[in-house]
Design a protein around this ligand. Sequence first.
Ligand code: CP
Length: 337
Amino acid sequence: MSLPDPQFNAAGTLQHFIDLQGLDADTLTRILDTAEGFTGINDRKIKQVPLLRGKTVANLFFENSTRTRTAFELAAKRLSADILNIDLVTSSTSKGESLLDTLRVLESLQCDMFIVRHADSGAAHFIARHVAPHINIINGGDGQHSHPTQGMLDVFTIRRHKGDFSNLCVVIIGDIKHSRVARSDIAALTILGAGEVRVVGPKTLMPSDVESMNVKVFSSLDTALKGADVIISLRLQKERMKNATVPSSGEFYRTYGLSPQRLALAKPDALVMHPGPTNRGVEIAGSVADGAQSVILEQVTYGIAVRMAVMSIIMGNSDAMSASRISNNTTTTDAQL
Ligand code: CP
């Protein structure tokens, strides 16, 4: 028997944000619409709203990050939350403290939300199952499994430029096998009804379950790019490769690098996207990453609004649940009196 999805609380609302699989189009659209409302905060003199005032968010990054960690920190600050950046290199986890003991310490410090990045697939699920019930977990990337806020900011960027998803052809290039971003992008695009999602890369870098992923698989990049509206380039995730037959950087660029000549095969208004970090001259030419069709830095900016949306929605659901518990208890007490 499969366990219930740990993302949902007893009221059936989203308590944690761990994986886009299992969510529906209404939930994703609500996140996108909420994020749309937050984008204007960037242009205000005071870039803050009081939605999470009095709440404490802890960034628990067991793996390196530039974009995700800083965007979550800014998102928390813009929602007026207090944010703890736990330095896991200097924390007691490096002295042998278990993950569960570290969680109990952070619970004792009265944290309300943990943002978790971990090299192991399933780490955020594990934490969600073991954490105190009032705490919200957001997955900031677990192994090669899932990076749901990256998936959401990618579809947010696409929606801003292209509107409706139903006629879009999206091409994801490169190391699909080790990419949690590819999995979350495919999930988000499928849920939102994208016309066609193509994946292209070396056979050795395709997931074994690619045939069940609701995508069209290509081996020739030139063929895959024909008619593309959106191109998502991915880096070779060498830190997650164990014994994989990997082409050299030069060979990879020659076969799967997004060069200006290759970009010209896509539609003239095709968007160029990359979750970062980029390796120029390996998966993408510098001139394409910096070119007129690139929205790579917009993706980073939109990451703040999208994370504000996710944080405020799941924290709001938890608060509504707690309020209903308090109100039920009050009713009982009043009746007893
Ligand atoms: N896209 C992404 O996850 O980047 P970081 O590793 O810098 O967070």
